[in-house]
Design a protein around this ligand. Structure first.
Ligand SMILES: Nc1nc2c(ncn2[C@@H]2O[C@H](COP(=O)(O)OP(=O)(O)OP(=O)(O)O)[C@@H](O)[C@H]2O)c(=O)[nH]1
Ligand SMILES: [Mg+2]
Length: 405
């Protein structure tokens, strides 16, 4: 861990210990919970614009990890024209909000009065996605210039890439080369934007297939949004994205690791359960709850695994067995979890933060001695979930491809 981060963690721990001494246990618990939940108080707003049929609703659903039939999903292929800004969220991750904007230049929303009519302050949006299915329309380019003049971040998303690839394969069976085709499509869009004097670069153009977020530039789009998110909202975006790419797993694990040292403090107060054979007692439900949070965040919870197994047409049990997964067994009940903790107590060397924090915590919390164990247990549980997440989201693709070869 970086030195600056270590120091700031230790100083936070000192503050929490002070709160405990001065104001008691519930203030201590409230302060920690409040700080761990700061990300939930922020909203990340993304506006989506583009012609009717461009694939805006499909793109929103794909990023939210929803199908058009799920609760909260944007209606796809709808014949109705959006008359107001429609907002969409994944009910499980309500902090990431997509706004589907009414079509520009339609009789109800002529350009001249567009912004007055939609009645929304553009500064409230963190990002703008300008979507097209073939070429960008004049209205898209007009919109991009307005956003640019307001110094807001915007990205161009070209949908239906799957259809271009298919047509090209059909038309040029001997010479078809996917990489060449994608580069050509991107160059063409880039030239078009250049001609319209829109200040952008190729890294802001994404070719996607909304039916398959694992293909083309879809993951790159998500990674770019994460990298460019305003720093105070970065954790909110990382923890609100339901889709799991390799980079996003890295980012999620980083955020979850930072919580370990603080969450472990909470596990040293409350209704302490002795861990058989270990000689210390912990508030196991705190660790258990955080562990469930890891599983959900890394999309290896029961519902996510069910979804993957349905997609692969295998049973969830078989899939978990094939991938050598254990996390679901540990999560079956608090009892099973406590048993797992007792057997898998880490015997790692004491790291800096724990070394510095232990005397501070032990001086105020009777069960402070359990702190190192809580830190190591959470880290081990997170490492297990991370490993299984990579297997469930990546090894699975390889298995799936083999099945269909
Ligand atoms: N093959 C393919 N079809 C897509 C893709 N994206 C969207 N579609 C299909 O294109 C049609 C229109 O998509 P929508 O997402 O409803 O488009 P929209 O921009 O929201 O349209 P409006 O709500 O009318 O403005 C639907 O039938 C989608 O299933 C894609 O990337 N590839
Ligand atoms: Mg739509």
């Amino acid at each position: 861990m970086e030195v600056g981060k270590e120091e700031s963690l230790i100083s936070d721990i000192r503050e929490y210990a002070k709160t405990f001494t001065e104001n008691g246990v519930s203030s201590f618990q409230n302060k920690i919970e409040q700080n761990l939940n700061v990300w939930k108080e922020k909203k990340l707003n993304i506006a989506v614009v583009g012609d009717s049929g461009a694939g805006k609703s499909s793109l929103i659903n794909a990023i939210l990890g929803l199908t058009a039939e799920d609760e909260g999903a944007a209606p796809v292929g709808s014949m109705e024209t959006t008359m107001t800004i429609e907002k969409y969220v994944n009910p499980l991750h309500p902090n990431l909000v997509f706004s589907d904007m009414p079509g520009i230049g339609t009789p109800n929303f002529p350009r001249d009065s567009y912004f007055a009519k939609i009645g929304q302050d553009l500064t409230e949006f963190d990002f703008f996605l300008i979507v097209c299915s073939g070429r960008f329309k004049e209205n898209d380019l007009w919109f991009a210039n307005i956003i640019h003049s307001q110094r807001k971040e915007f990205y161009f998303v070209r949908t239906h890439t799957d259809e271009d690839v298919l047509s090209n394969k059909h038309d040029f069976p001997q010479t078809h080369n996917q990489e060449t085709l994608l580069a050509l499509l991107k160059n063409r869009l880039f030239d078009e934007l250049n001609r319209a004097q829109i200040a952008t670069n190729q890294d802001h153009i994404f070719l996607v297939d909304n039916y398959d977020p694992t293909k083309y530039d879809f993951e790159k789009l998500l990674d770019t949004l994460v990298v460019n998110a305003p720093s105070i909202k970065k954790d909110t975006l990382i923890l609100s994205l339901a889709i799991t790419t390799n980079n996003l797993i890295d980012e999620k694990v980083k955020v979850l690791k930072d919580r370990v040292y603080i969450k472990a403090l909470l596990a040293c107060v409350g209704s302490l359960v002795p861990l058989p054979g270990v000689g210390v007692a912990v508030e196991a439900s705190v660790l258990y709850q955080e562990y469930q949070f890891y599983r959900e965040q890394l999309s290896i919870d029961d519902k996510s695994m069910q979804n993957i197994s349905e997609r692969l047409d295998v049973s969830k049990e078989n899939l978990e067995k094939k991938l050598n997964m254990k996390s679901h067994m540990v999560s079956v009940s608090l009892q099973a979890f406590v048993k797992f903790l007792s057997v898998h107590v880490a015997s790692e060397g004491i790291e800096n933060v724990v070394k510095a924090a232990l005397p501070i915590i032990s001086s105020v919390l009777a069960a402070g001695v359990s702190y190192p164990l809580c830190v190591h247990s959470l880290k081990n549980l997170l490492a297990m979930c991370e490993k299984e997440a990579r297997a469930a989201h990546y090894d699975v693709e390889i298995m799936f491809l083999k099945q269909h070869q």
